[in-house]
Design a protein around this ligand. Structure first.
Ligand SMILES: [Zn+2]
Ligand SMILES: [Zn+2]
Length: 262
């Protein structure tokens, strides 16, 4: 199984997952043209995709979804509330490319089994995704204000985690954002801080060669170095030898990560 974060952050989100038979995007938060460019940098033709899974209707997750679906005849997968929420912004979608799933129920796309799970964010019915292929498991959890036991239980044992590490709480509190926006981000339907991400990861990983990617980093209220350092410190304090036991990497707002082979 292969994974590549094509980009992650408030200006756009798009993740790529591949097996021998199946190629999926999670979100398409850039223009169609930009997503085509990102895909071509890993030598993937958009018309070879099997579909796009949407986490929630915010524009940084759906901007190019409709364009790609129309241009390459791609199915879009989302729950009914997300379909309602994104209807206007993604434009007209061909009937047989409208795929609805039920959150917390498994669905299969070719050889990948997918479990969409409830997360907590100011969208209609936002989800995280867990992907299963043979013995490999990938979890994507971004855009959530908190992580409950249900999420922790579901993501435990993944080989790769894309975990939101949006902000440093002090940078956010002392920064220039208006107070209501600060409150929104800090709320239980906002975004996860570096500390929060570190603590969740500390609870769910076992130090067994997992790959951890920190995602949805804020441009204004975080730095890649600070996010990495904060999460690393928390994991080290929990007895994990970060340099040896796991791989702790970052995702980027405007470029791809390497392609992870699991
Ligand atoms: Zn987002
Ligand atoms: Zn969002």
């Amino acid at each position: 199984m292969k994974f590549c974060s094509l980009s992650s952050g408030s200006s756009g989100n798009c993740q790529y997952i591949e097996t021998n038979n199946t190629r999926l995007l999670v979100d398409g938060g850039f223009s169609g043209k930009r997503i085509e460019e990102l895909l071509s940098s890993i030598e993937v033709e958009p018309n070879t995709l099997d579909g796009i899974l949407v986490t929630h209707e915010h524009i940084d997750h759906v901007r190019g979804v409709g364009v790609l679906s129309r241009r390459y005849d791609l199915p879009i997968y989302a729950n009914c509330n997300t379909w309602l929420g994104m209807e206007k912004s993604i434009g007209k979608i061909k009937e047989n490319n409208i795929k609805s799933f039920v959150t917390e129920e498994h669905l299969d796309i070719k050889d990948i089994t997918i479990l969409p799970i409830n997360i907590f964010h100011d969208a209609l019915e936002p989800v995280g995704y867990i992907f299963f292929y043979k013995k490999i498991k990938i979890s994507i959890i971004t855009d959530t204000g908190w992580v409950n036991d249900n999420i922790k239980n579901h993501i435990k044992g993944s080989d790769l985690y894309l975990m939101e590490s949006n902000h440093d709480v002090n940078m956010l509190k002392n920064g220039t954002y208006p107070w209501p926006l600060k409150q929104r981000i800090l709320s239980e339907s906002g975004h996860l801080s570096n500390d929060y991400a570190g603590n969740v990861l500390g609870e769910v990983i076992s130090g067994n060669r997992e790959t951890i990617l920190l995602g949805h980093l804020s441009k204004d209220n975080n730095t890649p170095d600070l996010a990495h350092r904060t999460v690393k410190e928390i994991l080290v304090n929990k007895g994990i030898n970060v340099d040896k036991d796991i791989k702790l990497d970052l995702t980027y707002r405007d470029r791809i990560t390497k392609v992870y082979n699991l």
